[in-house]
Design a protein around this ligand. Structure first.
Ligand SMILES: *[C@@H]1O[C@H](CO)[C@@H](O)[C@H](O)[C@H]1NC(C)=O
Ligand SMILES: *[C@@H]1O[C@H](CO)[C@@H](O)[C@H](O)[C@H]1NC(C)=O
Length: 238
């Protein structure tokens, strides 16, 4: 890192846990320099650590079950089946988890999809913060006009943040955590083409309806006016 050069590595990931290990390497270095984009490592994650920030790109293949991935400082390892991060070398006061999510999606985009985490810009107001994104993934089938079927997912998200003291357990770990679970519901969207005649029929129905209602109101007013007039006339004669 001393050279100020970018480091780029492709990590092969287990389906369950992704750890962008390099995130914290650079946190203590104050100089900034432009980070040039890297080509994505196909089906893998590219981690690019610059002097002032780290960028992570890529695809992650996961099983269709609940899981999580996270970006956290420190060398990670397994300790009695628990995934832990070694934060010894950092000092908790130096961990600034300010982050920007350019894009996150679960599968291909369909026209009109809303990915709620895109362009999320979060500044960590305190050192050593833990950000959790609870994501509910909804499987979605998009039927195109030409008969093609796109199987993808949309999701909703809730964010939670707190100051983590770095110890494992209920205090949490500084980092950005995405915890996802699958919804038992599925959404099916179908593209439909509406012809001009269909549109015309709709317009005619609306206009026809307007005339009918106007006629009803008109006759109602006419008849009640006549009834009132009759009463007045009767009153005069008696
Ligand atoms: C995020 O917000 C900060 C402060 O509001 C701003 O300086 C920065 O440019 C924003 N980053 C992006 C990528 O929008
Ligand atoms: C972390 O960094 C961001 C932007 O670089 C800054 O706005 C924020 O105040 C920092 N937070 C802490 C706790 O130093």
């Amino acid at each position: 890192m001393s050279s100020g050069k970018l480091r780029r590595r492709c990590l092969t990931l287990t389906p369950w846990t992704l750890t962008a290990v390099r995130a914290a390497m650079v946190l203590r270095q104050k100089t900034s320099s432009a980070v040039t984009p890297v080509r994505m490592c196909e089906r893998h994650i590219a981690v690019e650590a610059g002097p002032s920030r780290t960028q992570v790109y890529g695809f992650l293949e996961v099983n269709k079950v609940a899981g999580n991935f996270h970006f956290a400082p420190g060398k990670s390892f397994q300790q009695s089946h628990v995934h832990v991060h070694d934060l010894q070398s950092f000092g908790l006061d130096n961990i600034n988890m300010t982050h920007y999510i350019r894009h996150l999606s679960f599968g291909e985009d369909y026209p009109g999809i809303v990915n709620p985490l895109d362009r999320t810009n979060v500044t960590a107001l305190q050192a050593s913060m833990m950000f959790q994104y609870f994501v509910k993934v909804v499987p979605t089938v998009y039927m195109k006009l030409d008969g093609k079927v796109l199987r993808t997912n949309q999701f909703s998200v809730t964010r939670h943040e707190k100051v983590a003291n770095g110890l494992l357990g209920d205090q949490g770990l500084p980092g950005v955590f995405v915890l996802y679970e699958l919804s038992p519901m599925m959404v099916k969207l179908t593209e439909k083409h509406r012809s001009f005649t269909h549109f015309l029929t709709g317009v005619c129905a609306i206009i026809g309806g307007m005339f009918t209602v106007a006629g009803l109101i008109d006759s109602l007013i006419y008849h009640s006016a006549r009834a009132i007039q009759k009463k007045i006339d009767l009153g005069k004669t008696t």
